[in-house]
Design a protein around this ligand. Structure first.
Ligand SMILES: NC(=O)C1=CN([C@@H]2O[C@H](COP(=O)(O)OP(=O)(O)OC[C@H]3O[C@@H](n4cnc5c(N)ncnc54)[C@H](OP(=O)(O)O)[C@@H]3O)[C@@H](O)[C@H]2O)[C@@H](O)CC1
Ligand SMILES: Nc1ncnc2c1ncn2[C@@H]1O[C@H](COP(=O)(O)OP(=O)(O)O)[C@@H](O)[C@H]1O
Ligand SMILES: [K+]
Length: 490
């Protein structure tokens, strides 16, 4: 699991080590230089003679970059440091000069940086207050037009909202971010997370206290959460999922959500709705009609003005309230959500649907507003409804009970295709049904399961056709192998 910690948590953890004389900056800079050297060898076959540009801000972030530049210069790289402020980390600048590197003013070095093999962005790290300003902002705007080489961000892409993932000003998008001590929330949160590239965390031996801000599950975590049937399982102990989905107008959503549930592995799927014939023709495993269930999927392909589906969902919500059955509330069912539910109900809106839901509950926000501050609005929806909220998008965020926040970024952009959300709803429903007893005991588990579903959804999209287009049905079809691979590697 990748955990992230706020800048103040990281600073508090650094303090005792710095007081004890532990050379944290040396460690950070050495690890950074090692990674950059490996990149250069990969790209050019050598470090010697490579052109390395360093963007140097006034604080310790600039210091890290300068010391790393000194290491690279000692290995024969041509290093130029572009300064944006009169203040420059003194020891770092001296080290770079001693190693044969040069310090130049930003406007003097910008063209050289645009053509360098690697650009190290050390303008700002966890000391950022607001977006980049002044000369630093001008330099980044100029380089954002295009640089030839790889951009490596030092600790964070400079100028992101380190704790909230905001983009308050220009940011040079990185190919890699080498972060120190621990990941920071802004590296995992949209919209800033889109500027991070590949993330690596350098262990500085920090003893981080308090709860981590944001978590990202990995494959092993998901394998640990998966309801693997014990040897004596039967279909009812594995969980029965009720699916209220689809309509004559949107029959596909019923097929996709039930298919995903069956292929994700559940004891039984019961379908309620008007297109049962089609569902059974496509998925003969599905049982039509009412009966006991452990969990529900409501809403794919349901319009709230469809009186019969509306009745079924409202009736089923009584079971959710009275018996604590877990539920996925998607698409059309979001408008039928009772005033307040518990975290065993997982809402799965995209940004537009979340904006609509919040608007009906008195908030003034539109789709663009949600996309600009997705964590803020997902949190607000959790507060207002009591539900676990899974907000779909390029990065999927989950906000659940007990301050749980997950950020999953496995999905390839090819997954942005009609019906992909229906597959996610069915897959998540299967997980909730399979762990219904555990959710009953601890409803906050629903958030981890929702994050697990997002990870598997993204992995299945990739497995269906690595690097190319995928249809939603293909994502569902890839689920059994995706899950087996996760379990085998665990
Ligand atoms: N502690 C340690 O030992 C370790 C720390 N480490 C490293 O230190 C980094 C944190 O260093 P830091 O605290 O010096 O802050 P940093 O990110 O360089 O920025 C502060 C400077 O930027 C300025 N500034 C602020 N906002 C601005 C803006 N919007 N636009 C323009 N300028 C702005 C601000 O100016 P001021 O506001 O004072 O005028 C101030 O001078 C951390 O990310 C990691 O890389 C690692 O080596 C591990 C060990
Ligand atoms: N740019 C993107 N990159 C990766 N995944 C995406 C992107 N855009 C959307 N997704 C994912 O694709 C799915 C789309 O779901 P949704 O919008 O509900 O589609 P539908 O309602 O047609 O089924 C979600 O799981 C979402 O997280
Ligand atoms: K930086």
């Amino acid at each position: 699991m990748l955990l992230s910690w706020t800048s103040s948590q990281v600073r508090a953890a650094e303090e005792p080590l710095l007081a004890a004389g532990v050379p944290l900056m040396d460690r950070a800079a050495f690890a950074l230089a090692t990674q950059v050297a490996a990149l250069l060898r990969e790209r050019l076959g050598r470090v010697g003679g490579a052109h390395v540009a360093i963007l140097v801000g006034p604080g310790n972030n600039g210091g890290d970059a300068l010391f790393a530049g000194a290491h690279l210069a000692r290995r024969g790289a041509a290093v130029r440091a572009l300064t944006v402020d009169e203040r420059v980390h003194g020891a770092g600048a001296a080290a770079l000069r001693a190693a044969g590197g040069r310090l130049v003013a930003a406007d003097e070095g910008a063209a050289w940086a645009a053509d360098a093999d690697v650009v190290l962005d050390g303008l700002l790290g966890i000391g950022a207050t607001g977006g980049l300003r002044g000369v630093a902002a001008d330099l980044v705007e100029r380089l954002s037009v295009g640089v030839r080489g790889l951009v490596v961000a030092v600790d964070t892409p400079s100028g992101i909202g380190v704790d909230d993932g905001a983009l308050p000003g220009p940011v040079l998008a990185a190919d890699r971010t080498v972060t120190f001590g621990a990941a920071k929330p802004g590296l995992l949160l949209p919209p800033a997370s889109a500027t991070v590239g590949q993330l690596s965390v350098v262990d500085l031996g920090l003893d981080l206290a308090g709860a981590p801000a944001i978590a990202r599950l990995d494959d092993a975590d998901v394998a640990g959460l998966w309801p693997v049937p014990p040897a004596d399982a039967h279909k009812y102990t594995r969980g029965v999922l009720g699916v209220v989905a689809g309509a004559r107008r949107y029959p596909g959503a019923a097929v996709l959500s039930t298919t995903a549930a069956v292929l994700a592995g559940v004891g039984m799927v019961r379908y309620l709705g008007d297109v049962g014939d089609l569902v059974v023709a496509r998925r003969p495993e599905v049982v039509i009609g009412v009966g006991r269930v452990q969990a529900w999927v409501f809403g794919p392909g349901v319009s709230p003005d469809d009186a019969s589906q509306r009745r079924r969902i409202e009736h089923a919500f009584e079971g959710v309230r009275e018996r604590g059955e877990a539920a996925v509330c998607d698409a059309g069912a979001l408008e039928l959500l009772p005033a307040h539910v518990g975290p065993h109900v997982v809402l799965t809106p995209h940004a537009g649907e979340l904006a609509r839901l919040l608007t009906t509950r008195g908030e003034h926000v539109d789709r663009a507003g949600v996309e600009a501050e997705p964590l803020r609005w997902a949190r607000r929806a959790h507060e207002l409804t009591g539900a676990t909220v899974l907000l779909k998008g390029p990065v999927t965020l989950v906000v659940g009970a007990q301050s749980a926040v997950y950020s999953q970024a496995e999905a390839p952009s090819w997954l942005a295709t009609a019906g992909a959300g229906d597959v996610l709803a069915g897959l998540l429903g299967a997980l909730l049904a399979g762990r219904a007893d555990d959710i009953h005991e601890d409803p906050s588990l629903a958030a981890a399961l929702a994050a697990a579903a997002a990870l598997v959804h993204g992995r299945a999209a990739h497995r269906a056709n690595p690097g190319g287009p995928v249809a939603a049905r293909a994502v569902a079809v890839a689920l059994p192998e995706t899950i087996a691979a996760l379990l085998a590697d665990a």
